[in-house]
Design a protein around this ligand. Structure first.
Ligand code: ZN
Ligand code: MN
Ligand code: MN
Length: 287
């Protein structure tokens, strides 16, 4: 899809990091998202020189740009437990290092969960953690990209105001970006099924965060209803959001250059898993 909008999916790294690029290329992606390690384990992954070289070589061949990484689900930069907090910061530093070595452009992270200590407390911890991480990764090009969340439990980042506050309070805020996840935003209470609601959401992003900060869009339908604050992704058009908002997103001139990444359950296995959602989204493009 040369010249078309940036469209990709979260790709498996099974068999090696370079495989994620090849899988994406086979599907027709010009951008992808991947993990750089097993995202549900603390165990770190150290990259071999050969693995880095291979990744870069494959990337040149398949022309996938930007490359996005999603950080481990275990990381909680709002944790009140000192041990878990330090462990989370350490894990983020490893994520940053791997991204930098591979030339990954954006590292998506869920801001964090305060686990009962309150939103004010949580936001302060997140800002402090991000400042510390930036301090220890001077000169890195990879940008930490804060994702809007569904607001499940005591999770932070389900209001744009919270993301905006974190961005404003972090010292090196120019090193931060924003990721809009349609499923999360909808579950958090942002009505994007009406033209008015969709426009209001974009206006709020523009006013509170800035369009220039919006660097990744996760395109997912939602199994759960508006304001449910439950994070359950659904295939495009099969959930509570429906097809229309995705048609708007895919044809919105303002979002043309922002990578759109599928994180949907999909249909079938392996490469075929994302085919239906990918082709459907591509058919929505009217630019
Ligand atoms: Zn996420
Ligand atoms: Mn997401
Ligand atoms: Mn999610």
């Amino acid at each position: 899809m040369n010249g078309g909008p940036l469209l990709g999916a979260h790709m498996s790294i099974s068999g090696g990091l370079g495989k994620a690029l090849l899988r994406g290329s086979d599907l027709g992606c010009n951008t992808i998202q991947m993990f750089t390690k097993n995202a549900s384990q603390w165990r770190e992954r150290y990259l071999e020189e050969s693995e880095i070289a291979e990744f870069k070589e494959v990337r040149k061949k398949v022309k996938i740009n930007p490359v996005i990484s999603h950080s481990s689900y275990l990381i909680n930069l709002a944790s009140a437990d000192d041990e878990l907090y330090e462990k989370s910061i350490d894990a983020m530093l490893h994520e940053m290092q791997r991204c930098e070595l591979l030339g990954v452009n954006y590292l998506v992270i869920h801001p964090g969960s305060h686990r009962g200590r309150g939103e004010e407390y949580g936001i302060k911890k997140i800002v402090q953690a991000l400042d510390g991480i930036h301090e220890r990764t001077k000169g890195y090009r990879v940008k930490i990209t804060l994702e809007i969340t569904a607001g499940q439990g005591t999770t932070l980042g389900y209001r744009l105001e919270q993301i905006a506050r974190i961005m404003n309070e972090v010292v090196e805020s120019s090193r931060l970006a924003f990721c809009l996840d349609t499923c999360h935003a909808f579950a958090a209470g942002y009505e994007l099924r009406t033209v008015e609601g969709y426009e209001e959401l974009l206006r709020e992003i523009e006013e509170m965060i800035g369009m220039d900060k919006l660097k990744v869009i996760h395109v997912n339908d939602s199994k759960k209803d508006l304001g449910s604050r439950i994070d359950r992704h659904e295939n495009i058009g099969k959930g509570m959001i429906g097809k229309k908002p995705f048609q708007w997103i895919m044809s919105d001139e303002r979002l043309k250059d922002i990578p759109k990444i599928l994180e949907t359950p999909g249909f079938g296995k392996d490469l075929e898993k994302d085919r239906v959602n990918f082709d459907l989204l591509r058919s929505f493009v009217r630019l």
